[in-house]
Design a protein around this ligand. Structure first.
Ligand SMILES: Nc1ncnc2c1ncn2[C@@H]1O[C@H](COP(=O)(O)OP(=O)(O)O)[C@@H](O)[C@H]1O
Ligand SMILES: NC(=O)OP(=O)(O)O
Length: 316
């Protein structure tokens, strides 16, 4: 029987060169990742693909703000920018996967499902924005931007530059989880919960309303993997493995760790908040909620990683 994997693709890993951020460049990165995911499917996996949108949702929001400043056009609310990224990135992944299936003679097709994720309207995250979106800026650029836009909150993003941050409440429930699960079991390659899902609150009468925020896609991927009882949660990002003392002279790659060991490394502060830490927290959540195995690696190592020959493997 095929194994079911939820694969989370990093938004930053779809932007290979920060000086070139064209739609065409992103599609090329998507095609490369799709090739490796198709290789996994050939090894006997059914997959649900989810993806980040941090850079992309920030670009769309900024375009809307500039259109407002320059041409007086209406702002696009952040929640709608997030929904736009599910369509735009989902379209690229869907087309790239379908093309891979055709090239390999696989009788499969991909479906992108617009997905809402319930958050708590009183989540303290709404008062303390932490999710970096859009471009990276130098310190000088960030200081200038801060003067021009006093309402923006800027933070240093894991030592890679300065970025604007927005609210990022915890995902509580994936509204469309049952249909995602059914279609995946039916053999469709699902693309869902893009950008962590469109954040919505559930009103007392059971209806939903969108809220301006960006959910962490790693947390949402962990929740999705637990909800569909995935055999594996696979996080595809910019590094082949997770490291202890990352970037230090005594850096050490992790090949295989237990949940208990990983929790100890978190306590020892080995993982940068805003980049590797949320992935590790998502893995911990998944393994504490019924999951048995998680892998963190980069797109080019995906096939070797599921064969046990690459990546960082976390087990119970
Ligand atoms: N301990 C660590 N081990 C490996 N990478 C780390 C570690 N701490 C921070 N990182 C950084 O985290 C990055 C992944 O986070 P990020 O780029 O935000 O993810 P995403 O691919 O989801 O957009 C890696 O490319 C690496 O630069
Ligand atoms: N939504 C989200 O977490 O996106 P990134 O992974 O691109 O930051």
């Amino acid at each position: 029987m095929a194994k079911l994997a939820v694969i989370a693709i990093g938004g930053n890993s779809l932007i290979r060169d920060n000086t070139r951020q064209t739609v065409e460049d992103q599609y090329a990165a998507v095609c490369e990742t799709a090739r490796h995911i198709a290789g996994m499917i050939e090894q006997g996996y059914e997959v649900i693909i989810t993806h980040g949108n941090g850079p992309q949702v920030g670009f769309i929001l900024r375009r809307s703000e500039i259109a407002n400043e320059v041409a007086g056009m209406h702002f696009v609310p952040l929640v709608a920018c997030g929904a736009d990224t599910q369509g735009a990135i989902g379209y690229q992944i869907q087309q790239a996967m379908d093309n891979e299936f055709k090239k390999r003679g696989l009788d499969k097709s991909a479906i992108t499902l617009v997905t809402q994720v319930v958050v708590d309207g009183n989540d303290p995250a709404f008062k303390k924005p932490t999710k970096p979106i859009g471009s990276f800026y130098t310190r000088e650029q960030a200081e200038k931007i801060q003067q021009e836009h006093p309402d923006w909150i800027m933070v240093s993003d894991a030592g890679r530059g300065y970025r604007r941050v927005v609210a990022s409440p915890l995902p509580l429930e994936i509204v469309e989880k049952e249909v995602i699960h059914k279609l995946a079991l039916g053999g469709y390659c699902m693309i869902a919960v893009g950008g962590g899902g469109i954040p919505v609150i559930r009103r007392e009468d059971g209806t939903f309303a969108g809220v301006d925020a960006v959910i962490d896609k790693d947390f949402a991927a962990g929740l999705l993997a637990a909800a569909v009882k995935a055999d594996e949660l696979i996080i595809s990002t910019g590094v082949p493995k997770v490291y202890l003392s990352y970037g230090q002279p005594d850096e050490k790659a992790l090949d295989r760790v237990t949940l208990a060991e990983l929790k100890e490394y978190v306590r020892e502060n080995h993982f940068a908040p805003g980049s590797m830490l949320p992935k590790i927290q998502a893995v911990i959540r998944f393994l504490e909620n019924g999951g048995r195995k998680a892998i963190i690696t980069n797109p080019e190592s995906l096939e070797a990683a599921v064969a046990g020959k690459a990546g960082t493997h976390v087990i119970l």
